[in-house]
Design a protein around this ligand. Structure first.
Ligand code: FUB
Length: 343
């Protein structure tokens, strides 16, 4: 199959794909042009609602757009920027977990609940207690436990929470603009720029088990460690280190943690033996696409594995007007993923 655009009539991004009731549902971000200037804080991504699309045939079929499933005006705690979301099912209920900016300027994760995969979703009054940053990926393991992987650097504010990451040395602004340091974005005071030596461990993302009712974290978030083949954490200056867009899937009993590298514009993956990791870096899934962001999900549907992703070709490279794409994904016999070529 040739890669194809999934929904040419509107700009959507960050596709989270899940099979429910024999259909492939895609939960994307809904891009629009709010007229904001491009900045490193993602201020040009001003999304205000979510739609859900479904497909009987992802290779040739037309998307069914189920319309708006949640609007920012319905969420008491959220002011703006409805960024990446994901959905998980438990006992016939569907939980949309989403990132949005609260009135204090801090990104949090919220939950909205529905009886059907296409919603409508009813939001909780408050964000998840103790949640922070962006890009939740909801993963249900074979034993029924549900995990949330989350976090994103710079505009996603993961670096604001670096004090949670004991032992991962970032070097606050005292190093200023000294050459050769890796820029980690703004600290929690919204002003101090953080830098790390390129050979310091990269800031990791987070994973947390959800409570039985899927409305709260059941524990403190843990670090998602990505190790190189020598067992050392990937470094802050490594173009393959985590930036945002966590995704977890399982293949032949292995846990595949995949993510975007942000400013190096790759989709990469690492594998592990359990949902908490650590994960060992394996390689690149997708080379840079047109547009600054790259974001994906990996899903098996009707016996075939697919990469869902986005690029900005249809908007002529406008980085906040992205279009959904799909193409097949293949594994080698040793379980490694063949790099997908975006055409
Ligand atoms: O869609 C807004 C943000 O852009 C997402 O949360 C990031 O992963 C990036 O795709």
């Amino acid at each position: 199959m040739k890669p194809r655009y999934l929904f040419p009539s509107d700009y959507m991004a960050d596709p989270a794909g899940h099979v429910f009731n024999d259909k492939l549902y895609i939960y994307p971000s809904h891009d629009w042009d709010a007229g904001e200037c491009f900045d490193d804080d993602g201020g040009h991504f001003q999304m205000k609602d979510y739609h859900v699309l479904s497909f009987d045939d992802i290779e040739n079929g037309i998307a069914t757009d189920h319309g708006v499933i949640l609007d920012v005006s319905q969420v008491p705690w959220a002011e703006k920027q409805m960024w990446d979301s994901d959905v998980v099912e438990k006992y016939g209920k569907y939980y949309l977990v989403f990132s949005a900016k609260a009135y204090d300027g801090v990104f949090r994760l919220g939950v909205a609940v529905a009886d059907k995969p296409e919603g409508p979703f009813v939001p909780q009054e408050f964000p998840i207690r103790g949640s922070f940053s962006i890009d939740p990926c909801m993963f249900k393991d074979d034993d029924g436990q549900i995990y949330c992987y989350f976090g994103g650097l710079w505009g996603g504010q993961l670096q604001w929470w670096r004090s949670l990451f004991h032992g991962f040395s970032t070097i606050p602004g005292k190093y200023g603009n000294e050459n050769g340091l890796t820029d980690l974005g703004l600290a929690a005071d919204h002003r101090t720029q953080l830098f790390a030596k390129p050979d310091a461990p990269a800031l990791p993302s987070a994973v947390v088990r959800m409570s039985d009712d899927v409305l709260q974290f059941a524990e403190a978030p843990r670090l998602v460690l990505i190790l190189d083949k020598d067992g050392q954490p990937l470094k802050a200056g490594d173009p393959h280190r985590f930036f945002e867009a966590s995704w977890m899937h399982k293949y032949k009993g292995k846990y595949y943690f995949s993510y975007s590298t942000g400013d190096s514009h790759l989709l990469c993956y690492a594998t592990g033996d359990n949902s908490y990791g650590p994960f060992t870096y394996q390689g690149v899934i997708l080379e840079p696409v047109v547009g600054w962001t790259t974001h994906h999900s990996i899903v098996e549907f009707k016996g075939q594995w697919y990469l869902l992703y986005h690029d900005c070709v249809p908007s002529n490279g406008i980085t906040h007007l992205r279009s959904l794409k799909v193409q097949r994904l293949y594994y080698n016999t040793d379980g490694t993923i063949q790099t997908v070529v975006n055409e």
